[in-house]
Every structure is written in structure tokens, then in C-alpha cells.
Design a protein around this ligand. Structure first.
Ligand SMILES: NC(=O)c1ccc[n+]([C@@H]2O[C@H](COP(=O)([O-])OP(=O)(O)OC[C@H]3O[C@@H](n4cnc5c(N)ncnc54)[C@H](OP(=O)(O)O)[C@@H]3O)[C@@H](O)[C@H]2O)c1
Length: 218
């Protein structure tokens, strides 16, 4: 695919890992934060000198494709802070999970959403003109770029209402070393978001965090 301007709203580990990955693939990247003097952000810029940093608003404005990488509880706030108008007609790759601010039950995370309405659906309603695509939510950040598993190429489950946006995200995922499974429209996030709960259970109960999902097909 053509090199693109990627605006990453969120400077946590997911934003930084994906920012470095997009730079490595030749794209231009701005990492968005509310605090550009934050230690992790200045370290990221030192390690990624071709990367840029900016406010959430500057980042959303800059991005031809935007990545949302903030905590689920503040996802809608972060979009409002970034300026809803900056998302119109653009692809928004939604990495978020609706994790509630309470401890897990025997390793099972709690969500603040229900099985009838995912966080992604809330985000799509907030910015109806954006092409929101769920991706990267159900694997640890250490495996988001060029995952190498003896069992083969893992599967990224994606969904979203816009087919051409899903094609672009599939191309990005292929360049990042993933096979992609399109699970349909935005409502499919009701099933994809809980995959993060499943992914985290072995981590919480036996400190095993080194896995990814693969869909086996005939
Ligand atoms: N960690 C993983 O391996 C992993 C894997 C898959 C999916 N995810 C999902 O990816 C998302 C990002 O996770 P993360 O661990 O990288 O980051 P995080 O710690 O959940 O979020 C960090 C970002 O949230 C912003 N933020 C915090 N409070 C805010 C508020 N009140 N308003 C607006 N923004 C606020 C921070 O802003 P500043 O930049 O100003 O500090 C920072 O950019 C989460 O939804 C998570 O569930 C994580």
C-alpha cells in the first residue's frame, strides 16, 4: 500500500509499539499525547527520530489513518479531546477494550459494556462519518508487529462497516505479519472485544502471556 500519514491517539505501550511498527513500514507517524514531555514519549522520539509527537488534536488532524490506543474507559473522551471532526471519512483503527476499573475474577477481566453493545459501536455512533475498524485488541503488544510463533501466522479478527477500509487495514496487517479474518460489521465487536478477556486469562492465572489466536479452516 502507499505510504500514509498515521496519527496515533494514545502514547501507552500500544501506541508506541504500533507507532514504531508503522515507521518501520515506511509510513509517517505522529504519536498523540496530552503531555509531550512525558518520559515514555520523549524516549520513544529519541528511539524513533523520524517519528513526530503532538496533542491528540494535532495527531488526529495529521492522520490520514488514525489509530485509537487509549484505555477503554477514556476512549470516547479522547476522541472528543482530539476533535470529532478530524475523524470524518478517515479510517480509525480501534485497538481499545472496555475493561472496567475493577480487578479480574479468577483471571477473568470485567467489562463495562454488555454483549448487546460493544465499545466499538459506541465509538462508531460518536463519530458516524469515520470508518471505524476493530483490530489489535486481542493480542499483547509484544506480538502486534511481526509475530513469530512456531504454530504459524496468527489471525487478527477485524470488523467494521466499510469494506474498503477493512481492505486497507488487512493490507496493513499483512505487512505487519498477520493473517486477517473479517468478521463483518461493527456489531461483531461484541464478540471480538471479549477475545481480550480470553487472551488475558492464562496470563493472570499462570503468568503465560506468549500466545495469539489462530483460526483453523478446512
Ligand atoms: N497493553 C496491551 O498489550 C494491549 C493489547 C491489546 C489491546 N490493548 C488496548 O489498547 C488500549 C491502549 O492500551 P495501553 O496499555 O497502550 O495504554 P493505556 O495505558 O490504557 O492508555 C494510555 C493512553 O491513555 C491516555 N489517557 C489516560 N487518561 C486519559 C483521559 N482521561 N482522557 C484522555 N486520554 C487519556 C493517555 O494519555 P497521555 O498520553 O496524555 O498519558 C495515554 O495516551 C487499551 O484500550 C487496551 O485495552 C492493550
Amino acid at each position: 500500500m502507499d505510504f500514509m500519514k498515521i496519527g496515533i491517539v494514545g502514547s501507552g505501550i500500544v501506541g508506541r509499539v504500533l507507532g514504531s511498527a508503522f515507521l518501520n513500514e515506511g509510513h509517517k507517524v505522529m504519536l498523540g499525547t496530552r503531555n509531550i514531555s512525558k518520559e515514555e514519549v520523549t524516549k520513544w522520539i529519541n528511539e524513533n527520530p523520524s517519528g513526530m509527537m503532538g496533542s491528540f488534536q494535532e495527531t488526529a488532524q495529521f492522520g490520514e489513518i488514525i489509530v485509537l490506543a487509549v484505555g477503554g474507559l477514556v476512549a470516547e473522551d479522547a476522541i472528543v479531546q482530539a476533535g470529532k471532526e478530524h475523524f470524518s471519512h478517515k479510517i480509525l483503527i480501534d485497538t481499545t477494550n472496555p475493561i472496567a476499573a475493577v480487578p479480574p475474577d479468577n483471571g477473568v477481566l470485567k467489562y463495562f459494556t454488555t454483549l448487546e453493545e460493544s465499545l466499538m459501536e459506541r465509538i462508531q455512533k460518536l463519530i458516524p462519518e469515520a470508518k471505524v475498524i476493530k483490530a489489535f485488541n486481542s493480542v499483547g503488544n509484544a506480538f502486534m508487529y511481526k509475530p513469530a510463533f512456531p504454530g504459524g501466522t496468527p489471525t487478527m479478527f477485524i470488523c467494521g462497516n466499510d469494506d474498503s477500509a477493512k481492505k486497507s487495514v488487512t493490507d496493513i496487517l499483512s505487512s505487519f505479519g498477520w493473517e486477517t479474518e473479517d468478521m463483518g460489521k461493527v456489531e461483531a465487536a461484541r464478540a471480538i472485544e471479549p477475545l481480550c478477556i480470553l487472551w488475558c486469562i492464562p496470563g493472570f492465572i499462570r503468568n503465560q502471556w506468549t500466545h495469539a489466536f489462530k483460526l483453523l479452516k478446512l
